[in-house]
Design a protein around this ligand. Structure first.
Ligand code: BTN
Length: 246
C-alpha cells in the first residue's frame, strides 16, 4: 500500500516545531500515514546537527510529513535520497536549477535554499515511522547565512502552500522511485548531487581541515570522497563542508 502524501492536512499559525507536532500525533496513536503538518511560524524550529531553523512568519515553507516507511531499517536512506531528488524536481518547476548538497540540503550555486530534517521512530529493530521535515526559503532568505530563496532567484513571489502542493504532487507521483530499484534511486541522487569532482575543504569533527573530492555515496548514504588518492567514506555529522558551503 502506497502512502498518500497529504492524506491529512493540518495547517497551523504557530507551533514549536512541525516535526515535534507530528511526533506527538504519532505518540497519541492518532496519526495517519502521509499526514502533513504545515506552520506559518515555528518557535523552536529544528535543523540538522542540533541547529535551530528560523524563518520569517508566513514568508517561507515549513512543514513535516509523518509516514510509515515500507522498507527495512537498513534501507532508511531511501527517504533522504527521495525527498532530495523530489525537491530538485520541484524547484525546477519554479525555474530553479538547484543541486543537492550532501546529505540532503538544497543549494543554488553556493547558496542554501532549503533543508531537510528526517527523524526516524523505531519499534524494536523495525522502522515504524519517519518524520520528514522540510524548510524551504520561498520569499525570504535568512540573513545570517549565505542563503537564497525562490523569490531571490526568480523575482517571483509564491505562496508557501503553492510550493507545498507541487511537492506533494511530485512525492505522490513517484513512489515507484521511493520503493523501487535501490540502485536506480541512488544513481538519481548522485546525479543530483552538487559540488562533485572538484577539490573542496572539509572539516572532520575538530581536527584540521582537509581537502577532498566528492565522488558519490555508498549504499548506506555515506559520502564517498577521494582524499589524497584514497577512497574514504564519511557518515552524516562526521564531517562538515567548510565555508562558503555550510
Ligand atoms: C537543515 O537544513 O538543517 C534542516 C532544516 C529543516 C527545517 C524544517 S522546518 C519544518 C520542520 N520542522 C522543524 O523543526 N524542522 C523542519
Amino acid at each position: 500500500m502506497m502512502t498518500k502524501f497529504g492524506s491529512v492536512f493540518i495547517q497551523l499559525a504557530s507551533v514549536d516545531s512541525t516535526n515535534n507536532y507530528a511526533a506527538n500525533l504519532i505518540q497519541q496513536g492518532s496519526c495517519q500515514d502521509g499526514s502533513v503538518i504545515m506552520a506559518d511560524y515555528q518557535t523552536m524550529g529544528k535543523g540538522q546537527r542540533g541547529n535551530s531553523w528560523q524563518s520569517v512568519s508566513a514568508a517561507n515553507l515549513m512543514f513535516s510529513i509523518a509516514l510509515r516507511p515500507k522498507y527495512q531499517l537498513e534501507e532508511q536512506i531511501r527517504l533522504s535520497w527521495y525527498c532530495a531528488i523530489i525537491w530538485q524536481q520541484c524547484l525546477f518547476r519554479f525555474g530553479i536549477d538547484a543541486q543537492i548538497k550532501w546529505p540532503n540540503d538544497l543549494y543554488v550555486g553556493e547558496r542554501k535554499i532549503g533543508g531537510v530534517l528526517i527523524e526516524q521512530q523505531l519499534k524494536g529493530a523495525t522502522l515504524d515511522w519517519s518524520i520528514l521535515g522540510c524548510g524551504i526559503n520561498v520569499n525570504e532568505a535568512p540573513e545570517r547565512m549565505q542563503a537564497t530563496s525562490i523569490y531571490q532567484e526568480t523575482g517571483q513571489r509564491f505562496k508557501p502552500l503553492t510550493v507545498l502542493t507541487e511537492y506533494l504532487e511530485l512525492l505522490n507521483g513517484q513512489q515507484n522511485l521511493l520503493y523501487g530499484d535501490f540502485l536506480k534511486l541512488k544513481g538519481l541522487f548522485e546525479e543530483g548531487m552538487g559540488f562533485r569532482n572538484q577539490p573542496l575543504q572539509f572539516e572532520k569533527n575538530d581536527s584540521q581541515p582537509f581537502e577532498g573530492i566528492i565522488l558519490g555515496v555508498n549504499d548506506q548514504g555515506q559520502l564517498q570522497m577521494n582524499v589524497n588518492g584514497t577512497l574514504q567514506s564519511f557518515a552524516n555529522q562526521e564531517i562538515r563542508f567548510l565555508l562558503p558551503f555550510t
